[in-house]
Ligand binder design. Structure first.
Ligand SMILES: [Zn+2]
Length: 197
């Protein structure tokens, strides 16, 4: 059994390496196409912009590959216990979760379960990974809230996008800020009096 478990883990690691190499190749193709296509000599500013523009898609894909390999067992799960009363549930369907982290956009196709006893719908993977119900995940939400503390909401999203390469709306920033306030965890994102001093 131990040998089998080890071999699956080794497979996942190798598969992850293979997937990342594939993403690197895709990224390199974009760079080559943009930079070496003519005799134009790009500046640092232009090259940096090109990296900023292409790295989100690249890292988002790498991030997705990492989750797909690390949690391969949860993505293949056919049965799961209902979190409410433990009823054994059969997978209902695959469900796509589009998400955006600070690394970029990723899509997870994960199994979805519905409890026949209490009708509760759930995804065990979401619980393990602590995936937010929103598209923008908690790392982005945390930074957006932190920005919201300092900058007026109108125009805050514009500055946020400029500094982080994450396109969010003013509406998203306002909602996230309000929710964090409602859960009383502003202390996590707002600097303490000592820090401000
Ligand atoms: Zn249930």
């Amino acid at each position: 059994m131990g040998v089998v478990a080890y071999s699956i883990e080794a497979d996942c690691k190798e598969q992850f390496r293979y997937m990342i190499h594939d993403e690197v190749d895709k990224w390199v193709d974009q760079i080559i196409e943009q930079v070496f296509q003519d005799d134009r000599q790009s500046t640092v500013m232009e090259l940096s912009k090109l990296f900023a523009k292409t790295k989100q898609k690249f890292f988002g894909a790498c991030f997705q590959a990492l989750i797909e390999q690390k949690y391969a067992d949860l993505l293949e799960q056919k049965y799961a216990a209902c979190p409410r009363r433990g009823k054994r549930c059969k997978k209902r369907r695959d469900n796509l979760k589009e998400m955006v982290t600070m690394q970029g956009p990723s899509v997870l196709k994960r199994p979805w379960f519905n409890c026949v006893d209490c009708t509760y719908g759930f995804s065990p993977l979401d619980k393990v990974l602590e995936i937010s119900g929103k598209k923008h995940q908690f790392d982005v939400q945390k930074k957006a809230t932190r920005t919201g503390v300092e900058v007026p909401f109108s125009g805050g999203s514009e500055l946020f996008a400029e500094l982080t390469n994450q396109a969010v709306s003013d509406h998203f920033m306002y909602d996230t800020f309000e929710e964090v306030g409602a859960y009383g965890c502003l202390a996590d994102v707002v600097p303490s009096c000592q820090e401000i001093a």
